[in-house]
Design a protein around this ligand. Structure first.
Ligand code: ATP
Ligand code: MG
Length: 165
């Protein structure tokens, strides 16, 4: 369906906000007004975003921050960036992300999970011709900032083509 990012993102942020509060994390969201519509499968996209936000919420230690920023632009895509101040993802894990049941070093502790979240997210996003991009300062030091030294995911969604007159 053709829809506005705010319509599917806002409700997800409400529940994420509750979890963030419980875990003593600061969650900040920015959704600029009047963004172009995106062409997505809403159910699938909700699952993708839930998985990525869930990871930020569970791998970022208490006291940390999570930023959700809509309105990223790239060619025919519109992006939603999810950044956290967590431990980041080391290069040896990055290349395996999206493999079913792969869990990284951050998860070898007591943090529960099945290693399926990103594999499912990747598959669903590809089905709607979007993309997932992952940055972690370990390999992208130019993106590291004191506010977000952790991980950034950008979910790229196909923009609705403008009808030519
Ligand atoms: P599940 O999502 O199935 O409950 P999971 O969170 O371990 O389990 P994925 O969501 O696929 O599985 O993530 C794969 C691995 O990527 C994680 O085990 C973790 O090591 C790493 N990871 C994902 N997101 C982050 C993040 N925001 N910060 C640090 N590490 C992350
Ligand atoms: Mg997960």
């Amino acid at each position: 369906a053709d829809c506005a990012v705010v319509d599917f993102l806002a409700p997800l942020l409400v529940s994420a906000q509750a979890i963030a509060q419980e875990r003593n994390l600061q969650l900040q969201a920015e959704i600029p007004p009047n963004l172009p519509l995106v062409r997505v499968n809403i159910k699938a996209l909700q699952e993708v975003l839930t998985n990525v936000i869930d990871n930020a919420l569970k791998y970022t230690p208490a006291g940390g921050k999570i930023f959700v920023q809509a309105g990223q632009e790239k060619a025919n895509f519109q992006g939603i960036a999810i950044s956290d101040t967590g431990p980041g993802i080391p290069p040896e894990d990055l290349k395996h992300l999206g493999e079913r049941h792969y869990r990284g070093v951050q998860a070898q502790t007591e943090i529960p999970g099945s290693g399926l979240g990103l594999a499912i997210a990747k598959q669903l996003i590809e089905q709607m011709q979007g993309e997932i991009e992952i940055f972690s300062p370990a390999i992208n030091s130019q993106l590291a900032s004191p506010d977000a030294p952790g991980t950034t995911f950008i979910i790229w969604l196909p923009k609705v083509e403008r009808v030519r007159s």
